[in-house]
Design a protein. Structure first.
Length: 398
């Protein structure tokens, strides 16, 4: 009998998408499902971005440069200057989504069996990229009680072993929405210098900060060789399907190594690079309305959640996610029950169990992630469903 690889067996299923069959079945029964389980914005992709693709004029859809179109990279240099990041086009490699940037970082910086420390809960796909690269994720727990702040430095240092090669952060954070402070970023700087580690910073949600300012890892001084930024247009311009990201570092040896991975996959998507280039020409105030809309959604969902009996949700400082602690026995069971066995006025809500965002077994069993990517009316209806569900769920904890 043919065998599946250990890597294939170990590859985790997506905690965000694993409940899709139950949602599809609910819809076939005629139940309306409010999707708060996945970070798919409902904000329209800017028309000028789509028009740039629609009106592109060429006779051959060629490979782009393996590092991405030079014109796009040069325009990105201007974009990064507006957020206080000083790089040149040769320090940027365009990737197939932020996902490929993360995978390139793991592959180019770590050997099989090496370790990365990641504050948990963390973006679940980090686990998948680690399996692909043969890397071990070492979680360091942050806690809902203090809003998922960076764990104490001594706790992080206690996790460092001779195999530790990097620390990974997402800032603002997916799934918690936490925004790391300048003081926390300086603490991370001190650790990576002391222990000679890479700092991978996933900055997909840079524009969406509601209180405070995003401190990029490339704002830190004296650590240029240590820092790698993973970026993407997916959430910034509501262009998730474009699959265009960026790998950014000032470490020339790392750039040289990463380019070999970029060449092996030939080139990033051409049409989406056209879209990404056009997006940089959006008016300077483009994000004002989008950010204000997400902030109003955040304020609503956090207020509604904390008004429910037995529910606690810290106020996220950025991104468009929140994690809430519910009075339930098991988040996986509860989220499936919402889709299989529950309806309120022929409607229900789809959530992501937080267990899939923790690396430590047993954590997150009373927590769910909510992506506030729906309009205010739909968020209110989804919260009505959740509130009704928490009154009748068989596994309630009193």
């Amino acid at each position: 009998m043919l065998q599946i690889s250990k890597r294939g067996i170990d590859m985790p299923a997506s905690p965000i998408r694993k409940l899709v069959p139950f949602a599809e079945a609910a819809k076939k029964r005629g139940t309306k499902v409010y999707h708060l389980n996945i970070g798919q914005p409902d904000i329209e992709t800017p028309k000028m971005v789509l028009d740039a693709v629609r009106h592109s004029d060429f006779k051959v859809l060629e490979y782009s440069h393996s590092a991405g179109n030079e014109s796009y990279r040069k325009k990105l240099v201007g974009y990064y200057k507006t957020v206080g990041i000083d790089v040149n086009e040769k320090q940027i490699i365009i990737t197939t989504g932020g996902s490929e940037a993360i995978l390139f970082g793991f592959m180019a910086c770590l050997d099989a069996g090496d370790e990365v420390i990641i504050p948990e809960p963390f973006y679940a796909n980090y686990n998948g990229f680690a399996v692909e690269a043969g890397v071990t994720v070492v979680p360091i727990t942050s806690y809902i009680e203090n809003g998922f702040a960076l764990p104490p430095i001594e706790d992080i240092e206690a996790k460092i072993t001779p195999r530790t090669k990097a620390i990974v952060i997402c800032n603002p954070n997916n799934p918690t929405g936490y925004l790391y402070s300048a003081a926390e970023m300086e603490q991370l700087k001190n650790i990576i210098l002391k222990h000679n580690l890479y700092l991978f910073s996933d900055e997909a949600y840079r524009e969406f900060c509601y209180e405070g300012t995003q401190i990029s890892a490339l704002h830190l001084t004296g650590v240029d060789d240590h820092v790698v930024i993973m970026d993407t247009i997916s959430k910034r311009y509501s262009a998730c399907g474009g699959r265009i990201g960026a790998f950014i570092t000032k470490n020339q040896a790392l750039l040289d190594a990463t380019m070999k991975f970029a060449q092996a996959r030939l080139s990033p998507p051409s049409f989406a690079q056209i879209a990404g280039e056009a997006a940089i020409d959006l008016p300077a105030n483009y994000f004002d309305d989008t950010k204000a809309e997400y902030k109003s959604r955040r304020d609503l969902i956090v207020t509604r959640l904390n008004a429910m009996e037995g529910v606690f949700c810290p106020n996220p400082g950025g991104a468009f996610y929140a994690i809430a602690k519910l009075p339930i026995d098991d988040a996986d069971t509860f989220c499936q029950w919402l889709l299989e066995d529950f309806a309120f006025e022929n409607q229900t809500v789809m959530l992501a169990p937080a267990t899939g965002f923790y690396g430590t077994p047993g954590l997150g069993k009373q927590e769910v992630r909510l992506a506030y990517v729906l309009n205010l009316e739909d968020i209110n209806k989804a919260m009505d469903c959740l509130e009704a569900a928490l009154k009748v769920y068989p596994g309630l904890i009193k």
